[in-house]
Write a protein that binds this ligand. Structure first.
Ligand SMILES: [Zn+2]
Length: 308
């Protein structure tokens, strides 16, 4: 989706919700001193998101009006995560759960099954152009393109407005501001990666195709065909062949998985090992503290590696 499409979608989202809103009398909460900013009117909403990057989008769109509980702890991988009784306790009382879908966070069903009462679950893949893996299943890592991040932000604003209609204007205003930030960051990443356009690298698991497609790079192969499961010797031979044939100089591990096996293979192949983080939020890592910083750091890592 191009930029024009995004801004058309932002406008459509705003107009659709404003059209169904009942006109309100000017209320005291909307102080003119706020300089045109929209002040939230209703009580705080408690919502949840399955993974860190999505939770950060919800925080940016929900602002002061929303408490966001991230279900998966930082450092875990959504491919191997199992909800615990503690997980269930932290999400108790949320109005809705945002998830990525496409098989990434199906464990959300275990969470909702263990919760009291019903909770609305929203997959934010609406309007995203999903790419398919070779086996025909949808690739769930679509948040690793800031263009898609903008579409996610629009969906989140629409969904928050459905459960908290009184704060619709607030959510739409936050979303518009955040889409601008995502758009600016997208532009910076394009500029960052322009010098290494067309270059190839290998990743730990098949998470980076949207990123590569968006920013003009090529993911030659991935080390683990099923994240969390060690590759078979036969697969490892195919991986090594691909690295050699495509003259790959860099492979990237991920902080959510052990790098022992991949670092040994990298050594054997004589290629360098870097780290790309598709999940973000690592403890004590201020530079990766949000979705945008996480994306920019990955872009910086790739630039540094591939321009060598
Ligand atoms: Zn993944």
């Amino acid at each position: 989706m191009g930029r024009l499409w995004i801004w058309a979608a932002v406008l459509v989202a705003i107009m659709a919700v404003l059209a169904v809103m009942v006109p309100k009398a000017p209320d005291a909460a909307k102080s003119p001193a706020a300089g045109g900013q929209v002040t939230p009117v209703a009580g705080k909403l408690k919502v949840s998101a399955t993974v860190f990057p999505l939770a950060d989008v919800v925080k940016n769109v929900g602002g002061d009006q929303v408490d966001v509980v991230t279900i998966m702890p930082v450092g875990a991988s959504p491919h191997t995560f199992e909800p615990t009784p503690e997980t269930i306790r932290t999400v108790s009382g949320v109005a809705m759960i945002f998830k990525i879908g496409c098989g990434l966070d199906d464990w959300t069903e275990k969470v909702t099954a263990a919760m009291q009462g019903s909770v609305k679950v929203v997959a934010v893949s609406n309007n995203i152009e999903l790419r398919k893996f070779a086996d025909g299943s949808a690739d769930p890592h679509y948040w690793l393109s800031l263009n898609n991040g903008q579409i996610i932000a629009i969906t989140v604003a629409q969904e928050l407005s459905k459960v908290d209609e009184a704060d619709t204007e607030y959510y739409m205003a936050n979303m518009t501001e955040y889409v601008k930030k995502l758009d600016a960051a997208d532009g910076r990443i394009r500029a960052t990666l322009a010098p290494v356009k067309g270059k190839s690298f290998a990743t730990f698991h098949e998470a980076w195709f949207y990123f590569a497609q968006e920013y003009g790079l090529e993911v030659a192969t991935a080390f683990e065909p099923f994240p969390g499961r060690e590759p078979t010797p036969q697969y490892l031979a195919e991986f090594s062949d691909a690295v050699k044939k495509k003259n790959i100089k860099w492979v990237f591990s991920e902080p959510q998985f052990s790098s022992d096996a991949i670092s040994q293979v990298a050594k054997d192949l004589g290629v360098k090992l870097g780290v790309l983080d598709p999940e973000g939020g690592m403890a004590g890592d201020a530079k990766a503290s949000g979705y945008i910083p996480m994306m920019e750091r990955n872009a910086d890592t790739i630039l540094k590696a591939l321009s060598e």
